[in-house]
Design a protein. Structure first.
Length: 495
């Protein structure tokens, strides 16, 4: 069966892509690249070009820094209540235009429309949350232990921020950084992924309409991220780098930022374990597995990458997961009944195919899927692999696709040891009816976030981030997200 047979008709209006791709957004103006070069934005469902956007140059990057610098004093001095109201308006406009934004995401990213709608709601929530937090940034006052002076701690905006976001969540990864930065009083330069720039530009138009002043948010797209990023980070006025992406790229950016001692927040790769104990509620575990694995068709840093299932429940879990994964409808992201859209590029499909082939050679069995289908677009089918060897490549490498590898374990100690046998530590999932065991295992697993009897871990009100090679710092949460964009200033006084 070919992919074409899985693509239903589109039954709703598509956004105006020409209006969306108006140009680079610098100092409140839409403008072409100074080189005149452009970037093709491809629909991964078909492989066809959707639109073109400007390919920014180093000169464009310098202009964005100038704009952010000029806007910084005014935005920093803007009363917190006014900043809060602007952020709240961003939230409202995103909700009003949620269907347009979701369709845009599905077109350029390929994710199923239902997933895209969920992303828009999640992305908008960062504006509402930080609108509420913007008016609650407080300092500290105390007496030194010696009694000789008072200690005053003031929290101030860190300065101009370079924000670099990935293609897999083009709305949410942008707002998760922009919203707290603006709430803190910072100005920003956003560099979205060149695969999915249209969403970033659509959001920029919303910020403008919501009242964000010129120069406070600037958006650059480029096919030369290394030189452009180095140019921005070399400017002493830039004081913050926030990056979401691969660990390899993150290491390079940390080295670049170290040249000017720039504060860094890094949300990097993941290799999330999904641990199911014999006493788990089977249906609840299967529900959670489908969310943890198939959100954005597995193209998520928090996606369950290694399914460790205890022997007593292994066969039932494998059967249930295979039944659910095999029933998913694969097709174009913008088709209303699609449940699994395409991967972002052909290269992504090739990587998944390589990992699956390696597991099969080592003895894994495909219970469903497991082969690249014929047809247009960058598709890989929902796949369940049983009896995957622990030494397979996918045991240590992010799959970033709709493949669920199952590994059998016997004891709690083994489960924790296997879960920690990775350089990554972003998210983990644990299913058990024994609360004491659940908390014990959650404490034992080396990860920044644990979903206990849940398939979804992300929440704007909770700190998002990892340990080990999965990153530095946190985004979101009651104060963690804004704190990343602020500096503490200590003032000693005798009165």
């Amino acid at each position: 069966m070919t992919i074409a047979q899985h693509i239903p008709q589109i039954d709703h209006q598509l956004p105006d892509l020409t209006a969306t791709a108006r140009g680079l957004y610098i100092d409140g103006a839409w403008q072409p690249s100074r080189s005149g070069r452009t970037i093709d934005v491809v629909n991964p469902s078909t492989g066809e070009v959707l639109a073109t956007v400007p390919d920014a140059t180093i000169e464009d990057a310098r202009a964005s820094v100038e704009a952010a610098s000029a806007a910084a004093p005014g935005w920093r001095a803007t009363p917190p209540r006014k900043r809060s109201e602007i952020l709240r308006r961003c939230f409202e406009l995103m909700i009003e235009r949620s269907e347009m934004l979701a369709t845009l995401i599905s077109l350029e990213n390929g994710k199923a429309l239902r997933d895209a709608r969920g992303e828009v709601a999640y992305a908008a929530e960062f504006f509402r949350w930080n609108a509420e937090e913007a008016v609650r940034i407080t300092g500290e006052f105390g007496i030194a232990p010696s009694g000789t002076n008072r200690i005053i701690v003031d929290y101030q905006p860190i300065g101009i921020c370079l924000l670099i976001t990935p293609w897999n969540f083009p709305a949410a990864m942008a707002t998760r950084k922009i919203a707290p930065a603006l709430a803190a009083g910072c100005t920003v330069i956003l560099k979205p992924a060149s695969e999915t720039p249209l969403t970033a530009y659509a959001l920029a138009a919303i910020y403008e309409e919501a009242g964000v002043p010129n120069g406070v948010v600037n958006v650059l797209t480029t096919t030369s991220p290394g030189p452009l990023t180095a140019e921005v980070l070399a400017d002493p006025r830039v004081r913050k780098l926030s990056f979401t992406g691969s660990t390899g790229v993150g290491r390079g950016l940390l080295a670049e930022a170290a040249k000017n001692v720039i504060s860094c927040s890094m949300e990097l790769g993941g290799n999330a374990p999904f641990v199911v104990f014999d006493d788990a509620d089977l249906e609840a575990a299967l529900d959670g597995a489908m969310i943890a694995k198939m959100r954005n068709a597995g193209e998520a840093c928090t996606a369950a990458n290694r399914f460790y299932v205890q022997s007593g429940i292994y066969d039932a879990f494998a059967e249930g997961l295979t039944r659910r994964m095999g029933a998913l409808i694969m097709g174009s992201g913008v088709s209303g009944d699609t449940e699994c859209g395409p991967m972002i590029t052909r290269k992504a499909v090739d990587k998944i195919a390589r990992l699956v082939a390696d597991a099969k050679v080592r003895g894994a069995r495909a219970l469903c899927g497991g082969d690249v289908p014929a047809g247009d677009g960058y598709f890989y089918p929902p796949t369940v692999l049983a009896d995957v060897p622990f030494e397979s490549e996918m045991a240590s490498e992010e799959i970033f696709g709709p493949v669920a590898p199952l590994y059998r374990f016997e004891t709690e100690e083994e489960a924790v040891r296997r879960a920690n046998d990775t350089e990554y530590g972003l998210a983990a999932y644990v299913y058990t009816r024994d609360l004491a065991r659940g908390l014990r295992v959650s404490n034992g697993i080396e990860a920044g976030m644990i979903a206990l009897n849940r398939g979804l871990v992300s929440d704007p009100a909770a700190p998002f981030g990892g340990v080990k090679q999965s990153g530095l710092g946190r985004e979101g949460g009651q104060h963690h997200g804004i704190a990343e964009f602020m500096e503490a200033k200590y003032i000693a006084t005798s009165f």
